[in-house]
Design a protein around this ligand. Structure first.
Ligand SMILES: [Zn+2]
Ligand SMILES: [Zn+2]
Length: 272
């Protein structure tokens, strides 16, 4: 049996670890792109404006509340695992290395589908203003916005964890790989700067990956570009912004242009 003291200790530990992970990912990228190398990367800024102090405080505040919701769900899963209710396996030899890799891929692909449909559901106008609107208060997101959710949305977002842990045998290390990948991609989507090269969104292989511009356009225009890791759901459902590729290429092109005036760059960005 797991005691209440053990659960509280686990909750405190998980909250600390995932908050540090958020601060590390978002903080390092924010420091590089918005402070230290701001001038070097200015041509790759997707929207010309920079966030206000209030934007940052709101994004960080809601993200900390999301970390608490994530920690509660993760701690509940810990108790359920200890009592044998999940399919988590601790002995690495219980399944092959091939299965281990397969489980990571399945986790990511299923999460991508879960995110796309849950995201479209949260854009349904009857519930949008009660749950998802908080995330869209960031119309020009920074890395700190990656987990800036209403507490209810945080619960819906972390819903993928119990779904996976109850469904397929999965090793904690596979869960860790997924956590790092999803944090990295999520922070990249909210970076506010485009790092991928021109043609990336239409290359045979790389077209399957989403980009920072893709999610930035979601925050700017709202009813388009719902996907997380990959672009195929938006492609299949016809929800990519009509000018996604042109916008991406116009930003990726700027690297070779002589101007670094963000106001001029903004006027060059394709508008709806
Ligand atoms: Zn949205
Ligand atoms: Zn977002």
């Amino acid at each position: 049996m797991v005691t209440p003291a053990e659960i509280l200790a686990k909750l405190a530990k998980v909250f600390t670890v995932i908050s540090l992970r958020y601060v590390l990912f978002a903080g390092v990228l924010y420091f590089i792109f918005y402070i230290w190398k701001k001038r070097s990367f200015i041509q790759q800024k997707i929207q010309a404006k920079f966030p206000t102090r209030n934007d940052l405080m709101r994004e960080i505040g809601y993200s900390i509340s999301s970390m608490l919701m994530f920690a509660v769900v993760a701690s509940i899963m810990f108790v359920l695992r200890k009592n044998g209710y999940t399919k988590v396996y601790l002995d690495f030899n219980e399944h092959s290395i091939g299965y281990f890799i397969f489980s990571v891929v399945v986790f990511i692909v299923v999460h991508d589908a879960y995110f796309y449909w849950m995201h479209r559901f949260m854009h349904w106008k009857k519930i949008y203003k009660y749950v998802h609107k908080v995330h869209h208060l960031s119309t020009n997101p920074t890395p700190w916005a990656a987990f800036s959710f209403h507490p209810l949305e945080a619960l819906i977002e972390i819903g993928i964890l119990p779904i996976m842990l109850f469904t397929i045998p999965i090793h904690p290390f596979a869960i860790l790989i997924w956590v790092l990948y999803q944090t990295g991609m999520n922070v990249l989507g909210h970076l506010g700067f485009e790092l991928f090269p021109k043609g990336f969104t239409q290359n045979t292989i790389t077209q399957f990956s989403n980009t920072s511009t893709h999610h930035n356009m979601h925050h700017r225009y709202v009813n388009c570009n719902y996907g997380l890791y990959f672009n195929y759901w938006d492609k299949w459902m016809g929800t990519n912004h009509a000018q996604y590729h042109e916008t991406f290429d116009s930003i990726a092109n700027r690297k070779s242009e002589s101007t670094a005036d963000p106001i001029l760059l903004e006027s060059q960005t394709i508008q709806t």
